[in-house]
Design a protein. Structure first.
Length: 456
């Protein structure tokens, strides 16, 4: 009986899908007719100007005579080139994520005393509320860590004595707690996922106050707590590069949209987590590694350009890979000649690949990066300037550090929580703040109400 109901239910749902398609088609020509900014982008590909920010700036082209002219990419944190920021703490052999978080939240680099106090405060906030892991993570495991992270962020509302207080003091307190707690949530959510869905032993580690954020995360997710200094410093670099990317990226914009409504911090940040989970945004690093798994199985000679080109053609035509026709890790909405994050990460990844005996795989990634624009031109006729983005190499770096694929996008979130919190505070405490309310052109035809007995 139940199986019959299920079969009938499936058939009914199929008929509902047909009904939906019949009444919900929008003529693609309408977008040009009504000058709709699809993806909130202008016709030339530039983003629709939606606000002002002092937090981050992404530069990948200049506009001359009304046209976009490609240039080398630059990523700016609070007016400071991220390359200079990284060169500073790397040359002094310091971890940089905490310093970057301070810069993005407050707008200036900390002095030694400020950084020490800030780092100590973050460390003290890492422990989750009493019974949080048991009640919110273990009792409702999820096969996807990002899903569990979003739910856990929302759940923190219930443990906050002042969840609706929008004062600057309270927003900063909530931000510091989120920056500290999100890595712990991710580590515990991953451990529970492995236990319930992968049939692995469950082990949970308490966060350590005497470690940097990067060190603490590696300590927390590994059964034996073991990691090398090189691994921790490279992960720290990844966190810095992912911490912020302007107010127009999808997740930061989602956070700002919700914040403009006056809702609470946890709702706004959970929305950003949900956005980042998508394969067109933060989930792309995982898609890159899945795609390269397919390439590595298909291409017999990783040094044969022609064989690699043929494989990429199959991917673009949707006959190989996930069928999307995308070469994940290539192209960006703003960067043209280069993505500075990819350039920096690639430099460090090359030396790590040599140490790990993975130079041949690294060379394959470089070859795909080099050949992709040529293949897109031959298959699609696209002449758009295209570069590798950070997702091309971040997944490879994580793989070389033996970080599981389940943690690729959550690591992105651990870093980007800093940028989200900074944008939320700026959105709320900005005199020009208004609830975001874009327009949608209604194109449904006018029709009369039909009485029930006259409906077909």
């Amino acid at each position: 009986m139940q199986d019959d109901l299920l079969l009938n239910s499936d058939a009914f749902i199929g008929s509902l899908c047909d009904e939906f398609c019949k009444h919900n088609y929008i003529d693609p020509t309408y977008y040009d007719k009504f000058d709709v900014k699809r993806g909130l982008r202008n016709a030339d590909g530039t983003g629709v100007m939606a606000g002002l920010t002092q937090i981050g700036n992404v530069q990948g082209y200049v506009v001359q005579d009304g046209e976009r002219v490609p240039r080398e990419g630059r990523l700016i944190y609070r007016g400071i080139n991220v390359e200079d920021l990284i060169d500073g703490f790397v040359s002094e052999k310091r971890f940089g994520f905490e310093e970057t978080a301070y810069l993005l939240l407050f707008g200036a680099l900390p002095n030694r005393s400020q950084l020490e106090q800030f780092t100590r405060l973050i460390a003290q906030c890492r422990t989750l509320p009493a019974s949080f892991t048991e009640d919110m993570i273990i009792k409702a495991p999820s096969p996807d860590v990002m899903n569990k992270l979003a739910r856990s962020v929302l759940a923190l509302y219930s443990y906050d004595p002042r969840p609706e207080d929008g004062s600057l003091e309270n927003l900063l307190r909530q931000s510091l707690e989120l920056i500290a707690r999100v890595p712990t949530i991710v580590a515990h959510a991953y451990a529970v996922k492995r236990h319930y869905y992968d049939n692995q032993s469950l082990y949970l580690h308490r966060p350590q106050e005497d470690m940097s954020s990067a060190e603490n995360f590696l300590y927390s997710v590994r059964r034996d707590n073991a990691f090398t200094e090189d691994e921790a410093r490279l992960l720290d670099l990844c966190l810095v590069l992912h911490a912020e990317h302007g107010g127009g990226n999808n997740s930061a914009f989602a956070c700002r949209v919700l914040s403009s409504s006056g809702t609470d911090t946890y709702s706004s940040i959970a929305a950003a987590v949900g956005s980042l989970k998508g394969p067109r945004h933060g989930g792309a690093n995982k898609k890159v590694m899945e795609m390269f798994g397919c390439i590595e199985e298909t291409v017999r000679d990783w040094k044969d350009d022609d064989e690699i080109k043929a494989c990429l053609e199959e991917i673009i035509n949707g006959r190989l890979g996930d069928g999307s026709g995308l070469i994940y890790g290539m192209g960006h909405a703003i960067y043209t000649l280069s993505d500075p994050r990819a350039v920096i990460l690639k430099r460090f990844a090359r030396s790590l690949a040599a140490k790990k005996g993975m130079s041949e795989e690294f060379d394959l990634f470089e070859t795909v990066e080099r050949l992709s624009p040529e293949v897109f031109l031959s298959v699609k006729g696209e002449t758009k300037t295209m570069c590798a983005n950070i997702d091309m190499y971040s997944g490879l770096v994580y793989k070389m550090m033996n970080i599981p694929m389940d943690l690729y996008t959550p690591l992105f979130a651990i870093a980007r929580i800093v940028g989200w919190c900074a944008h939320r505070i700026e959105e709320i405490h900005n005199p020009g703040n208004r609830i975001m309310r874009p327009a949608y052109k209604a194109v449904a035809p006018t029709r009369p109400f039909v009485p029930m007995d006259r409906r077909i």
